[in-house]
Write a protein that binds this ligand. Sequence first.
Ligand SMILES: NC(=O)c1ccc[n+]([C@@H]2O[C@H](COP(=O)([O-])OP(=O)(O)OC[C@H]3O[C@@H](n4cnc5c(N)ncnc54)[C@H](O)[C@@H]3O)[C@@H](O)[C@H]2O)c1
Ligand SMILES: O[C@H]1[C@H](O)[C@@H](O)[C@H](O)[C@@H](O)[C@H]1O
Length: 344
Amino acid sequence: MTLRFGVVGTGAIGREHINRITNKLSGGKIVAVTDVNHESATQTVEAYQLDAVVYPDDKALIADPNVDAVLVTSWGPAHEETVVAAVEAGKYVFCEKPLATTGEGCLRIVEAEMKQGKKLVQVGFMRRYDTGYVQLKQAIDNHVIGQPLMIHAAHRNPQVGENYTTDMAVVDTLVHEIDVLHWLVGDDYKSVQVVFPRKTQFAHDKLHDPQLFIIETQSGIVIDVEVFVNCKYGYDIQCEVIGEEGIAKLPEFPSIVLRKDEKLSAGILNDWKYRFMDAYNIEIQDFIDSVTKKGEPQGPTSWDGYIAAVTSDACVKAQQTGEKELIELQERPDFYSEKKTQTV
Ligand SMILES: NC(=O)c1ccc[n+]([C@@H]2O[C@H](COP(=O)([O-])OP(=O)(O)OC[C@H]3O[C@@H](n4cnc5c(N)ncnc54)[C@H](O)[C@@H]3O)[C@@H](O)[C@H]2O)c1
Ligand SMILES: O[C@H]1[C@H](O)[C@@H](O)[C@H](O)[C@@H](O)[C@H]1O
């Protein structure tokens, strides 16, 4: 069976996903597209030579009986409305982060999905599909390093644009660690505190950069994540889990090692698109395969989207108050229980 996708939002990542579904992966086909910028949608159909209908809006696209799954790659604030409408129409959804910009918005999606009686939604937290993170999780799950006690992580971008503000360090950047780290250790978050070190001269007025987030889990694991989005030297993702019996570290992105001009050197990437290229391919292939073969996506769920939204809210609040803020989640419905939710 071919999974027929309708795409809402033909910007940067929308086009990347269209390209991978059309030219790299198997079992999926783009049959419809829409974008508030109509020209972007028509140009995308031309550029990728798609046999796809261009719809005026998401409602018309969702109503197309040829659309089995809706790929939501519009701006974050538009996600909730599209996802709820698609789920109510019984369509599968692959939604880029954020699932919705608030915890309440995510809960509305959760309710709509539970009403349908089966999982329809996968959230685009691609790091769970990155080989390095998968290996880290295996080491933790197989007790190779004993109980995890601490995690040191860093999320560094070479630079960001003028429109990137202090809160975006959470909702745009830290959100990846928020998702992947609780999955890694199988624990829920309890609290967060933010420390602002001396500001780099390369950050513009509306951005405090770098920032240090100290997050505690329910079982007492302490996680520190440095978010530094004008680090200059490259795109760099670090994660080290300190356990009772050893330490497990995320592998470096592969690079040849040069011996030249009296120097020993290895390359560092400068763009997130390359760092997680394989993970994006694997996550969308997994969505296609699990929906077509098992009738349900098996990746990050709407509940994971909810956890990320509530945690993001607490992190932004902690940025503003300077206090330790509690991360208070509602009880996980049985529908999303860990046993029922297969992990990658
Ligand atoms: N998983 C990741 O690593 C990752 C990476 C980049 C972006 N993202 C997420 O993907 C989403 C899109 O990011 P982007 O970089 O492609 O942005 P973008 O601005 O390049 O593209 C967004 C597109 O959505 C369109 N759009 C906005 N509202 C719409 C609506 N209501 N209906 C239809 N079209 C609409 C815009 O016109 C634009 O073409 C964001 O939520 C972003 O956070 C995730
Ligand atoms: O939207 C991007 C993307 O999510 C990247 O993975 C992250 O490193 C960037 O900080 C963010 O701006």
